[in-house]
Design a protein around this ligand. Structure first.
Ligand SMILES: [Zn+2]
Length: 251
């Protein structure tokens, strides 16, 4: 059986997702540096062991999602895998110049050994397989993850969609980039629109209404299931980008 667990920290929710199987687990995102002991405690409280995490992967290399990965790697001995851009950032521990938020973000703890993954690459731990999807936008190396979860003969497609908000430090223009600009977002929106999606989860849980859905589960067991959720997020994100680009071009 596979499960998804969500971890909440104080007043600020950040997702850390455990996909489990009898033969090992995959952990997605490590939240803040100080989150690592809480993530380990939550894994334990669910009856699993941090030592059985075989892979740690992430959405994007910002301190609030990747900050805890170095410590989680140390505690678990898991392999860490990321997109090339993300791996470079986590290896150096510094936010690079081509990150839209360069100069405005805290650095992250350096992660020593990182394997790189390509678009559509599968990672397996026991019976669990997660697929990487490069979804640039919020950062050039942003990665979304998909997997199937089956229980009592019913299988669902889960999507952990990376942030697609066009947030930047002062002075950065998405319209003035060469290697990385609005077209990259479009590719990510297309992914969201076309990927099989029964349950959507996001690094910031409120972006996929996680807390409301979990509350509704008390009286509606399938409250997390919404086959339109990925398309709705794509639409919202496209509108956010349109507004942002309009402020840059004055149109
Ligand atoms: Zn971020």
């Amino acid at each position: 059986m596979r499960q998804v667990c969500f971890v909440r920290f104080g007043t600020h929710g950040l997702s850390s997702i455990l996909i489990t199987s009898d033969g090992g687990h995959i952990l997605i995102d490590g939240a803040l540096p100080e989150s690592a002991p809480l993530i380990v405690a939550n894994i334990r409280s669910l009856g699993f062991r941090i030592e059985d995490v075989k892979f740690i992967v992430n959405s994007h290399a910002h301190f609030d999602h990747a900050g805890g990965i170095a410590e989680l790697q140390r505690l678990s001995g898991a392999r860490v895998a990321a997109s090339q851009w993300t791996a470079d950032v986590m290896n150096k521990g510094a936010v690079p110049r081509d990150d839209p938020q360069f100069g405005a973000l805290a650095p992250i703890a350096r992660v020593a050994r990182i394997e790189t993954i390509k678009d559509s690459e599968n990672l397996s731990a026991g019976a669990v397989t997660a697929t990487a999807h490069l979804t640039p936008g919020h950062t050039p190396g942003g990665t979304s993850w998909t997997w199937r979860s089956c229980e009592n003969g019913r299988c669902l497609n889960l999507v952990y969609a990376d942030s697609l908000t066009p947030v930047s430090a002062d002075g950065f223009l998405f319209t003035r980039r060469k290697a990385y600009h609005a077209d990259d977002f479009e590719r990510s929106f297309s992914f969201l629109e076309s990927t099989p999606c029964d349950i959507l989860v996001t690094p910031h849980p409120e972006a996929s209404n996680l807390w409301q859905h979990l509350e509704q589960r008390d009286f509606r067991p399938d409250a997390l299931i919404d086959p339109t959720a990925c398309r709705v997020l794509a639409e919202k994100s496209r509108e956010q980008l349109r507004k942002r680009l309009a402020t840059e071009t004055g149109r």
